[in-house]
Design a protein around this ligand. Structure first.
Ligand code: UD1
Ligand code: CA
Length: 453
């Protein structure tokens, strides 16, 4: 990593009308994180700590999203949107603080990778004054074409101004740039709006810098780095690219996935090597899975911690605060929320564990539930080590069950159970010999009488 100082200008003043949304475009999520925060994450990954954020409507929320990643943010409002160069100049004050490098990125281009930003800055360190991030799209239509001569970039020609020969150029402008900080403002100030759209184009900086004999180069980055989001269709496409990258990273880091295309990660999902993920698993934010855990199919997690060698699912739902210790087991149709499940404890089927502590090696029978909510407040259920909770029991919180205690099936437990005790919380069973025969006879007679009516 370089010791050169750097400011990144994130342009995010666009309204994104094509999203058809009341939410600013850059606040729509990919993998549970706003688009613009993905950009900030890549910037942070490149070692850049200073961000100048250019915003329009909804600026406060956009700022908050960026601040969740990087704290050193200055915010610049661009009320009139007069083009990309005009937008960069909205951050004039920040640029004027004096940096070695200025990166210009778009807030709606979330898949930019740290490596691309590093590559652009390396060119500045090598002596370039302007670095343009180019790419080769499958279909170049609509993009500005990069015109090179002897390894130098001499112009960016927008599609509508391009000659037939220039249109054949496959190397296009991704829109993102790096500028030498020393000369950035002087160059930007020379840009005019003398074009068909009467906009101040950032791309004009290429010809202006060339005219001054400065060094301008293009680097090639992979097309997925510059996917811009304008519609919800593109949002979904970007999500797919992000997920594909994440799955690959996970597998290369030692996570087994049988059908990776069916597993959906959040931006912050952590899975250790030698965990196994079966098909169809969805991660919300805040989930970590330790080594050796096996996650069976069709499970849904959010804000949960899964310990080493734990066994979860199929069809498990872990909600925020679920904390499964090593070797614990949470089986099918089980929901766990704000609860610790101890080492080796088993919650195998059809159970709700909410606001609870389940001790090590405890066994929770099928259909048992914690009744944690009285309509106003949530209450704690404490289950000790090695406790056995019989099937279909209701534990009415606040309540505690001592170590090694045993709760009979079908109990409604409203009072604390001490250690080593056996608790029944249900009516005692009565058996009346031969009474079924009498009952059947009576009911049959009633049915016959009805027919005769
Ligand atoms: C830009 C490039 C084009 C390139 C393309 C790649 C220019 C002039 N053109 O065009 O060569 O091929 O990206 O996608 O740079 N923004 C503001 N304020 C403004 C204008 C724009 O904040 O006044 C923001 C937008 O919100 C957006 C970004 O800047 O995030 C890019 O602007 P946009 O209008 O989408 O540029 P393109 O037409 O795509
Ligand atoms: Ca665009």
């Amino acid at each position: 990593m370089t010791s050169r100082s750097c400011l990144t200008v994130i342009l995010a003043a666009g309204e994104g009308t094509r999203m058809k949304s009341s939410l600013p475009k850059v606040l729509h999520n990919i993998a549970g994180l706003p688009i613009v925060a993905h950009v900030a994450k890549a910037v942070h990954g490149a070692g850049v700590r200073d961000i100048a954020l250019v915003v329009g409507k909804g600026g406060d929320q956009v700022e908050a999203a960026v601040r969740s990643i990087v704290s050193n943010v200055t915010v610049h409002g661009q009320t009139e949107r007069l083009g990309t160069a005009h937008a960069v100049l909205a951050a004039r004050e920040s640029i004027a603080r004096g940096y070695d490098d200025i990166l210009v990125v778009f807030g709606d281009t979330p898949l930019i990778e740290t490596a691309a930003l590093d590559q652009a800055r390396a060119k500045l360190a090598d002596g370039a004054d302007v670095v343009v991030m180019g790419f080769r799209p499958a279909v170049p239509n609509g993009y500005g074409r990069l015109i090179e001569q002897d390894g130098r970039l001499i112009a960016i020609r927008e599609e509508k101004d391009a000659s037939e020969a220039e249109k054949k150029i496959g190397f296009c402008n991704g829109g993102l740039m790096a500028l030498r900080g020393q000369s950035a403002l002087a160059l930007l100030d020379k840009i005019t709006n003398d074009n068909a759209n009467s906009e101040f184009y950032l791309t004009d900086v290429v010809e202006i810098a060339n005219a001054e004999g400065k060094s301008v180069v293009a680097i090639e980055i992979s097309p997925d780095n510059v996917i811009g989001i304008n519609t919800r269709v593109e949002l979904a496409e970007a999500e797919a690219v992000w997920q594909t990258r994440k799955r690959r990273d996970m597998m290369l880091a030692g996570v087994t996935m049988q059908a990776p295309e069916t597993v959906f990660f959040a931006h912050d999902t952590l899975v250790e090597a030698d965990a196994i993920l079966e098909p169809n698993i969805i991660f919300g934010p805040g989930v970590s899975i330790a080594s050796g855990a096996v996650i069976h199919a069709f499970s849904y997690f959010e804000g949960a911690k899964i310990g080493a060698n734990a066994n979860v699912g199929p069809f498990a739902r872990l909600r925020p605060g679920a904390d499964l210790a090593a070797k614990s087991k949470v089986g099918n149709f089980v929901e766990v929320k704000n609860a610790k499940v101890g080492v080796g404890a088993k919650v195998n089927h059809l159970t709700y564990i909410g606001d609870a502590i389940v001790g090590p090696a405890a066994n929770i029978g099928a259909g048992a539930i914690t009744c944690n909510y009285d309509g106003y407040n949530k209450h704690l259920t404490e289950i000790g080590a090695n406790v056995f909770i019989g099937s279909n029991s209701s534990l009415v919180a606040p309540v505690s069950i001592g170590d090694n205690a045993y709760v009979a099936s079908g109990s409604v437990i409203t009072a604390n159970v001490p250690a080593d005790a056996l608790a029944f919380g249900r009516a005692r069973q009565e058996v009346k010999e031969g009474r079924a025969v009498q009952l059947r006879a009576r009911y049959a007679a009633q049915k016959l009488a009805k027919k005769a009516d």
